[in-house]
Design a binder for this molecule. Structure first.
Ligand code: CTP
Length: 405
C-alpha cells in the first residue's frame, strides 16, 4: 500500500471549484506514504482553506513568498530541489498560461520554474475555456516542455454545462503518480551483478576463516532489482538462505578467489554492479588436505596472505555506462574511510554502515546507511528494514544513472 513511501511531492493547488478534490488527492498521496508539500495560489484559498490542507499534509501550506508577520522567506528554489515530482491539480487556465509563459508572479509558478524533476498538471475549467485556442496552445507548450498533462474528463461542470473540463478524479491522478515513479525506476532490460555474503577461506577439510555476514543485505538488493524487472546475477558465498526468484541467477562460491573469478565473468556485462559481499581480506597461506591434529603442539600459527580485492579488480575493467557501488563497514572515522574507499576502488557510490549504529550491519534484519556518491552527495537514512534500505539504494543508483546519462 505504501507505494509512494519516501517520495517528495509538491502539490500545487490553483483557484477553481475542483480545489476541494485536492484534499482527497492529498489524503490519497499521504496514505500511500508520500511526503507532500502543498503550494497554493492566493485564489485557491477562496475555494479551500490552508488549514484543511496543512492538517492533512502535516506541513504548513506555502502560498506567499514570505510570511508577512515574521518576514520568513519561503524558498521556491529549495522546494523545487526537494521535490521528486510536482503535481498541479487543479490547474486553471490562468495558471497554465503563466506556467507556459514563465509569468512567475506567485509561489506556485516560481516553484514550477525551479522544479528539477517531473511535473504533471490536471487542468479543470469550463468546457469552452478548455477548448479555447489559448488553452490548447498553452497545454501544447507545456507538453513540449516535458510537462505531463492529465487531460480533463467529460461530465457536468460547475456551470452545470456538460462537456470536457472536469478535473481527472483524484484516484486517477494518484495512479498516474504511481506509474511515474514505477517508470522512473524501472529496470527492465537491465543487468545487475551483485556479490553477496561472506567468503570462507579453508584451513583444512573441516575448518575455515570466515565472518558473520548473512547475505541478507545483498539478497534484499537482488530481490529489489528483480522486482523492478532487472536480470540479476548474485555471486554468493556460503549463506543459510538463497532466494528462489527466477529472475535471480545464483552462482555459489566459497572462497574470495572463487568469488573474484565468477564476479569478473558476471560483472562484465552488467549495467549495475554492487559489491555487497563481506570478502575475507586474507586466507591461510597453505591449505592442509587432512584435519590438523591437536596432539603434540601447544600453539598453532596460521600465516595469512592477502586475497584479491574483487571490487578493485572489477573496477579496473569498468565498462562505459556501468555503475559500480560498494559497501563500507566502518567502526571509526566512518565517512572519511568510506570516501577513501570510494576513490581507491573507483566506485560511483558507497553505502556506509557503521557498527556504531544499533541494528545496523551483520546478522540483523535492519540497517542504517549513509549513501556517499562520487559527486560528493551524502544522504543519511534512518534505521529501516534491509528491503527498504535496498529500495533507497536502488533509487539512488537510478538517479545517478539518470544524471550521468
Ligand atoms: N571488497 C571486495 N574484495 C575484497 C574486499 C572488499 O570486493 N577483498 C569490497 C566489499 O564487498 C565492499 C568494499 O569492497 O563493497 C569495501 O569493503 P571493506 O571490507 O569495507 O573494505 P576493505 O577494502 O576490505 O578495507 P578494510 O577492510 O581495510 O576496511
Amino acid at each position: 500500500m505504501e507505494s509512494l513511501k519516501g517520495k517528495h511531492i509538491v502539490l500545487g493547488i490553483t483557484g477553481g471549484i475542483a480545489a476541494y478534490k485536492s484534499a482527497i488527492l492529498l489524503r490519497l498521496l499521504i496514505k500511500r506514504g508520500a511526503e507532500v508539500q502543498v503550494v497554493m495560489t492566493p485564489a485557491a484559498k477562496e475555494f479551500i482553506t490552508p488549514v484543511t490542507l496543512s492538517a492533512l499534509s502535516g506541513k504548513p501550506v506555502v502560498s506567499e513568498f514570505f510570511t508577512a508577520n515574521t518576514g520568513e522567506w519561503h524558498s521556491h528554489v529549495d522546494l523545487g530541489l526537494w521535490a521528486d515530482l510536482m503535481v498541479v491539480a487543479p490547474a486553471t487556465a490562468s495558471t497554465l498560461g503563466k506556467m507556459a509563459n514563465g509569468i512567475a508572479d506567485n509561489m506556485l509558478v516560481t516553484t514550477y520554474l525551479s522544479a528539477k524533476e517531473h511535473v504533471m498538471v490536471a487542468p479543470a475549467m469550463d468546457l469552452d475555456m478548455y477548448a479555447s485556442p489559448s488553452t490548447r496552445r498553452n497545454l501544447a507548450t507545456l507538453a513540449s516542455d516535458g510537462v505531463e498533462i492529465i487531460e480533463a474528463a467529460e461530465g457536468e461542470l460547475a456551470s452545470h454545462l456538460v462537456g470536457k473540463g472536469r478535473m481527472a478524479e483524484p484516484e486517477e491522478i494518484v495512479e498516474r503518480v504511481e506509474r511515474f515513479f514505477l517508470r522512473r525506476n524501472d529496470m527492465s532490460g537491465m543487468k545487475v551483478a551483485i556479490t553477496v555474503g561472506p567468503t570462507y577461506e579453508k584451513i583444512d577439510p573441516v575448518r575455515f576463516v570466515g565472518n558473520y555476514s548473512s547475505g541478507k543485505m545483498g539478497f534484499a538488493l537482488a530481490e529489489e532489482c528483480a522486482s523492478r524487472g532487472a536480470e540479476v546475477t548474485a555471486v554468493a558465498g556460503p549463506v543459510s538462505y538463497y532466494p528462489s526468484n527466477p529472475s535471480i541467477k545464483i552462482v555459489k562460491v566459497e572462497s574470495a578467489r572463487e568469488m573474484n573469478d565468477e564476479a569478473l565473468k558476471a560483472f562484465g556485462s552488467a549495467d549495475v554492479g554492487i559489491f555487497a559481499a563481506a570478502v575475507a581480506d586474507y586466507r591461510p597461506e597453505e591449505y592442509c588436505d587432512h584435519k590438523i591434529k591437536r596432539e603434540g603442539s601447544e600453539e598453532m600459527t596460521l600465516r595469512l596472505v592477502k586475497n584479491p580485492d574483487i571490487a578493485l579488480n572489477v573496477a579496473n575493467n569498468k565498462k562505459n555506462g556501468q555503475t559500480l557501488v560498494g559497501f563500507a563497514l566502518e567502526t571509526n572515522d566512518a565517512v572519511v574511510n568510506a570516501e577513501k574507499k570510494l576513490e581507491k576502488k573507483n566506485l560511483d557510490m558507497i553505502v556506509l554502515n557503521s557498527l556504531e549504529d544499533k541494528g545496523a550491519g551483520f546478522r540483523t534484519d535492519t540497517n542504517k546507511v549513509t549513501l556517499i556518491s562520487r559527486n560528493g552527495d551524502e544522504k543519511r537514512f534512518p534505521l529501516k528494514s534491509k528491503r527498504e534500505v535496498a529500495c533507497d539504494i536502488i533509487d539512488e543508483i537510478m538517479e545517478l544513472r539518470k544524471n550521468n546519462s
